[in-house]
Write a protein that binds this ligand. Structure first.
Ligand SMILES: Nc1nc2c(c(=O)[nH]1)N[C@H]1C(S)=C(S)[C@@H](COP(=O)(O)OP(=O)(O)OC[C@H]3O[C@@H](n4cnc5c(=O)[nH]c(N)nc54)[C@H](O)[C@@H]3O)O[C@H]1N2
Ligand SMILES: Nc1nc2c(c(=O)[nH]1)N[C@H]1C(S)=C(S)[C@@H](COP(=O)(O)OP(=O)(O)OC[C@H]3O[C@@H](n4cnc5c(=O)[nH]c(N)nc54)[C@H](O)[C@@H]3O)O[C@H]1N2
Ligand code: SF4
Ligand SMILES: [Mo]
Length: 734
């Protein structure tokens, strides 16, 4: 087996390189496999072992991979040459996937809690015992409190079978932090404006854009692979990049315009841009006339929102607002405001994203090259299984515009017993204590439960709280259901085992199946041979399993994604048009056009706490992984030089952050820098792990989650704005 040396890895990942990382053709994604792009996927002549195609699960871009296997051991991961989402390259996390597979700290067997809840004390159990225990506790909850008293928290490709299990069991309460703590507001803003969600992968044609506006998404630090490739391409083509971020991110370093906005004021900037674009006639009047409604009402709503009005709010000079508005308008239709992904910032996030949707609509970039294309998802046909009866209403029904389950509503119901008492949590592939706002409140809810089950690959924080831990094998050791991807060209991809599951870990589909059988619900999940199921599903969907197994994916014919190729836009809103003015929101007593409302700014002596990503890690899920943890073992907190000086703090020294409610972080290294505003600080998320079984990551760096005790709830869909906490900084004595 050939091992990566640390130097090689850093060269490939470009992590240390910061701004250099995005230079086109080098750095972040110029993986060792780039040259293999020419090879037929899955058939790499350069090795004497087997090569198995599959797709990555280290983040949710799901790049195509080919994994080299020698004597039953995965030796390296390379990009799957022509896969639409890897395009011949992978990011450092994807390349480092074998580190997660062979992490000696992995969960090895089912575990049953022995000490108090949260005490991280367990004994090993057999699968028989573990499944028996979980099924018995699930039965008891259903018999005593009703099926809806059990909730599923989930994230990731493998969750599909657990959702089926919950449907069969009869609970409607299923939620993912990737909705109410991440992309939910953006998807609902799109539904309100265009009649459909943004979806993942984000359909932004950066490959052909002449102007790209980033409100936040620091592409290069947030690493969704082909998005970053396309962005780098746009940079090297000389496209106008406008980055709006309180922090000088990698993307800001590649931008023609960096607008260091006062945090929490983006709506004011967006309204001022809309004002200028309407005033100067820079919008696509033909497109708007044909496809949108409410222009006059929009015009009226923004008439006072001049750049001069926005200046004292945002801190962005009027002439800069006008200049950037002109660039945005003049480059249309190849001009696009990126919808972003992690948009739960201040609680008015759906309205901010409505403003983003409206501005995009004015540019006439819908379905256009260099704008927002309109992908279609391949429709898969499964074998006909019996359908369970529909479950009752979910706990998040109080949010009129929530299209998915809201995690916080489940926690609220657990704590308050309203609208009904939730007694059990089934947690698949999500690490609630670090992804949830106010982890202290979460702990209180957990302590009330009759049952907490965690299905995970690693001894992450959530498993430390569980009654029963079920060890899933990693994405390299299992089949998952087929992945139908809506992209420029739609395709279907296969996840397949590359090596046998290590230890006593099992695939998620198998775990769900055993539980279904034990619960007497086996008929709803009748899969004992996953390959056979996938073969049948592929056949019924007009695909060929053998081709999928050999090539990793199959392109599927679909309607055109671009107007230039024959797409004719259709909008599934009540008016069947793009809704610049939303009567639906008006009828619900909400702002029909987004309105700026001020948010509290940092009190004297404190800084707003902002957080985000680093290229080599996905949240906290990779921070214990061999290789990746060596590249970056701990995080640092960015603070402006002047602020550091004022507090008598020096670059590189250890500090603690203390939030407005007196919560203290673990020690973290100070990164004093010019690259951030003076009213905020910034730290990468995913560090400061608290479970001792994570031997590499335990206690390394500090956790942002520990400081997020406050959050603002989005009244439309229940998203939790988490950028509303303030911290002061104390030196840690050496
Ligand atoms: N404080 C704070 N909170 C946040 C964020 C933040 O930046 N800061 N970000 C928000 C965002 S954008 C999101 S999307 C959410 C994400 O929040 P989560 O959904 O919780 O995502 P992760 O933190 O990656 O946790 C993934 C868990 O799944 C496990 N896992 C990994 N692979 C597998 C697998 O194959 N099978 C199983 N069963 N388990 C697996 C990991 O070990 C880990 O425990 O968090 C949100 N919450
Ligand atoms: N390497 C890596 N890549 C990832 C992930 C990962 O864990 N690691 N996670 C994936 C996931 S699930 C998601 S959701 C995305 C992350 O989603 P993104 O949408 O890329 O968001 P963040 O990483 O949270 O970055 C937020 C940025 O917004 C800035 N910001 C903070 N407050 C404000 C404000 O008020 N206004 C403006 N204009 N900017 C502000 C911050 O300084 C930061 O640069 O990344 C994805 N890609
Ligand atoms: S962007 Fe990186 S981590 Fe995400 S799927 Fe692709 S290779 Fe994996
Ligand atoms: Mo996310």
């Amino acid at each position: 087996m050939r091992k990566w040396t640390r130097r090689e890895f850093i060269r490939v990942s470009g992590t240390a390189a910061g701004a250099a990382a995005l230079a086109a053709g080098s750095g972040v994604f110029a993986g060792a496999g780039a040259a293999d792009a020419k090879h037929v996927p899955g058939l790499d002549p350069g090795t004497d072992g087997d090569v198995v195609p599959s797709f990555c699960e280290i983040c949710f871009w799901k790049c195509g991979i080919q994994v080299h296997v020698k004597k039953g051991r995965a030796t390296k991961i390379q990009p799957l040459g022509s896969h639409p989402l890897s395009n011949g390259m992978l990011c450092p996390r994807g390349l480092g996937g074998t580190g997660m597979l062979y992490d000696p700290d992995r969960l090895r067997t089912p575990l049953v809690r022995t000490g108090g809840r949260g005490g991280q004390k367990f004994r090993e159990a057999t699968w028989d015992e573990a499944i028996d225990r979980v099924a018995a506790a699930m039965k008891k909850i259903k018999d005593t409190h009703g099926a809806e008293a059990l909730a599923l928290f989930y994230h990731g490709t493998g969750s599909g079978f657990f959702k089926k299990l919950m449907k069969a069991y009869g609970t409607p309460n299923m939620a993912a932090p990737s909705y109410a703590q991440c992309r939910g507001p953006r998807d609902e803003a799109w539904v309100l404006t265009y009649g459909h969600t943004v979806g993942s992968p984000e359909p932004v044609d950066m490959a052909a854009a002449d102007c790209i506006v980033l409100l936040g998404p620091p592409l290069g630090e947030t690493m969704h692979h082909t998005a970053v490739q396309e962005f780098a391409g746009a940079v090297s083509r000389g496209a106008d990049i406008i980055t709006v971020d309180p922090r000088f991110s990698i993307a800001a370093g590649k931008s023609r315009h960096w607008l260091p906005i006062r945090p929490g004021t983006d709506i004011a900037l967006l309204l001022a841009w809309i004002h200028v674009i309407l005033e100067e006639g820079l919008y696509d009047s033909k497109f708007i006339e044909e496809h949108a409604g409410g222009l006059d009402l929009l015009r009226k709503a923004v008439e006072d929102h001049t750049p001069a009005w926005a200046y004292p709010i945002t801190g962005i000079r009027p002439e800069q607002i006008v200049a950037t508005a002109r660039v945005i308008g003049q480059r249309r239709p190849r001009s696009v405001i990126h919808p972003g992904r992690h948009v739960t910032w201040y609680g008015d996030d759906t309205q901010r994203l409505r403003a983003v949707a409206i501005l995009n609509a004015l540019l006439g970039n819908y379905g256009r090259r260099g704008g927002l294309f309109v992908p279609s998802k391949p429709e898969l046909q499964g074998p006909k299984w019996p359908k369970p009866a529909g479950p009752p209403a979910g706990v998040n029904d109080s949010f009129a515009f929530a299209g998915e389950g809201v995690t916080t509503s489940i926690v609220d119901a657990t704590l308050t017993g309203k609208p009904y008492d939730i007694r059990g949590w089934f947690v698949y592939g999500t690490n609630l204590p670090i992804s949830f706002p106010n982890p202290y409140r979460l702990e209180k809810a957990i302590q009330k439960l009759d049952l907490l089950v965690a299905v995970d690959t690693m001894p992450m924080e959530i498993t430390g709280w569980a009654d029963v831990v079920l060890p899933e094998c990693t994405y390299l050791e299992r089949y998952d259901d087929l992945y139908a991807c809506a992209w420029k060209k739609p395709f279907v991809a296969l996840r397949q085992p590359v090596v046998e599951p290590l230890y006593d870990s099992k695939p998620g589909w198998w775990i769900a199946r055993q539980l279904a059988k034990k619960l007497g619900l086996g008929r709803y999940l009748p899969v004992d041979d996953m390959q056979e199921y996938l073969r049948e599903k592929a056949r019924l969907s007009g695909l060929d399993f053998d081709v999928l197994a050999k090539r990793g994916f199959q392109l599927v014919p679909g309607p055109p994604a671009f107007v230039e190729d024959g797409l004719s836009p259709v909008f599934d809103t009540p008016s069947k048009k793009i809704e610049l003015y939303s009567e639906t929101l008006e009828a619900a007593g909400l702002d029909p056009v987004p309105r700026y409302t001020p948010h509290p700014q940092a009190p004297p002596g404190m800084l707003r706490l902002l957080f985000g990503r680093v290229p080599v890690h996905t949240f906290g899920r990779t921070t214990n992984a061999p290789i990746l943890s060596e590249i970056m073992a701990e995080n640092q907190v960015w603070v402006h030089n002047a602020v550091a000086r004022k507090h008598g703090l020096k670059r590189g020294q250890m500090v603690r952050l203390v939030n407005q409610d007196g919560k203290r972080s673990d020690p973290i290294k100070l990164r004093a820098t010019e690259a951030i505003r003076r009213d905020c600080c910034y730290m990468p998320h995913g560090f400061g792990h608290g479970d001792k079984r994570l031997r590499r990551a335990y206690g390394r760096g500090a956790s942002d989650s520990a400081l997020i005790t406050r959050f603002e709830v989005d009244p439309l869909m229940g998203g939790t704005g988490m950028n509303v906490n303030f911290v002061s900084i104390e030196a840690v004595e050496a």
